[in-house]
Design a protein around this ligand. Structure first.
Ligand SMILES: *Cc1c(COP(=O)(O)O)cnc(C)c1O
Length: 383
């Protein structure tokens, strides 16, 4: 086992030490972080639903009806009518036959891999997939192969190199630290030609992309029948917590029977499910939030092209500015904080070495003036 003191010291020396700031407000355009009021360019609450009065009201009402804790796992007696209704509504919204709730997205990803794959199978992943998909492959005992980021020739090569055994290809549909998008159509073709199953993690697409926020499949015009396993989280654009897997009846029943991180964990509170049902209704009813987010993204990108800042190729709400080394990235993040902006510096191992970055995320409720101020401050802090 490692020497804890030495290990922590080492992290500090390498500027990889992580510490938490204390939040004393709801998520919003502005937040109170470490007792300072700052503009928030860093949360995944893209649409501002985490603090929406209707969402809060549904949560409160359900807590009064069901109490706070669900008290048991779904298979014991924690599966309330609220969970059940939400699953049906999510299936309907995404266009899949069934959906299954998980307490977190991390667990949903682990659950799928562990339930479906064993040691003679292959899991083939994009190099820049979210950590939970990589960990999922590891706990499944399947053989993990990783292809170059969004390089589908590289994917094809990895698929061809698999011997007998099942193949599961999995990818973020919007890459969480880069903001760029997988080419789902190409992926479905490679999967079909190689008899591989396809799983997409749409944590950053669900709620914001596609018709009324239906997600990346709707956005890229892909029929749901082409993607075997669809995963999305509820703690990001939906503003609540938890996640779901959508797919065929057989997939969902298999997960209920065998996914250990579904079976052996307490169901999310019913109040979270009710709050999510309200978020979903807001998505279906109103799409001005997505439109406002999109025009903010466009406005930001236009402003940046007039500067010398280095943006990645992204048209989503995730707009990272690449800095390079960890120390510079943390210094700039601190300088920005002092100026009244919160943008986290993302460092290895979350991102590859020498690609430390400021991961800016835009929100629907940012004003053009907020964004203009951000870009002005960034230009001054970086150059
Ligand atoms: C956030 C995230 C997850 C994990 O979801 P949680 O509900 O926060 O556990 C999984 N995949 C991606 C791509 C994510 O961004």
């Amino acid at each position: 086992m490692k020497d804890l003191k030495q290990d922590l010291q080492h992290r500090k020396q390498q500027d990889l030490y992580r510490s938490r700031k204390i939040l004393k407000s709801p998520q919003g355009r502005e937040i109170i972080l470490n007792d300072k009021l700052v503009l928030n360019f860093c949360s995944n609450d893209y649409l501002g639903l985490a603090n929406h009065p209707d969402v809060i009201q549904s949560f409160t009402k359900a807590a009064q009806q069901f109490g706070v804790g669900s008290g048991a796992a779904h298979l014991v007696n924690g599966h309330t009518s609220s969970h059940h209704a939400l699953e049906e509504e999510l299936a309907d919204f995404t266009g899949y036959p069934r959906a299954l709730l998980f307490s977190t997205g991390y667990m949903a990803n682990l659950g799928v891999a562990q339930s479906l794959c064993s040691k003679d199978d292959y899991i083939i992943e994009d190099k820049l997939n979210h950590a939970s998909l990589l960990d999922a492959a590891n706990i499944s005992n399947a053989q993990l192969k990783r292809y170059l980021h969004k390089d589908y020739n590289s994917l094809q090569k990895k698929l061809s190199s698999c011997k007998s055994g099942g193949k599961l290809v999995s990818s973020d549909s919007v890459f969480s630290m880069d903001g760029d998008e997988a080419d789902i159509k190409l992926m479905t073709r490679h999967c079909r030609e190689n008899s591989a199953r396809l799983m997409l993690d749409d944590a950053h697409g669900f709620g914001v992309l596609g018709e009324n926020g239906r997600g990346s499949l709707s956005h890229q015009h892909i029929p749901t029948s082409d993607v075997d396993i669809y995963m999305a989280t509820l703690g990001k654009a939906m503003g609540t917590a938890g996640a779901f897997i959508a797919g065929s009846d057989e997939l969902i029943e298999t997960l209920i029977q065998t996914a250990r991180c579904y079976i052996y964990t307490t169901a999310m509170p019913a109040a979270v499910a009710e709050a999510t049902r309200t978020s979903l209704q807001l998505l279906t009813r109103e799409n001005w939030r997505q439109q406002s987010l999109n025009s903010n993204i466009e406005y930001f990108k236009n402003l940046i092209t007039e500067t010398e800042l280095n943006l990645l190729e992204s048209s989503t709400a995730i707009q990272p500015v690449i800095i390079g080394d960890s120390k510079t990235a943390t210094d700039i993040s601190q300088k920005m904080f002092d100026l009244g902006f919160h943008i986290a510096a993302i460092r290895p191992p979350t991102v590859p070495k020498n690609t430390s970055r400021l991961r800016i995320t835009l929100r629907a409720d940012h004003s053009e003036q907020d964004i203009k101020r951000l870009v002005d401050a960034l230009t001054k802090s970086i150059i």
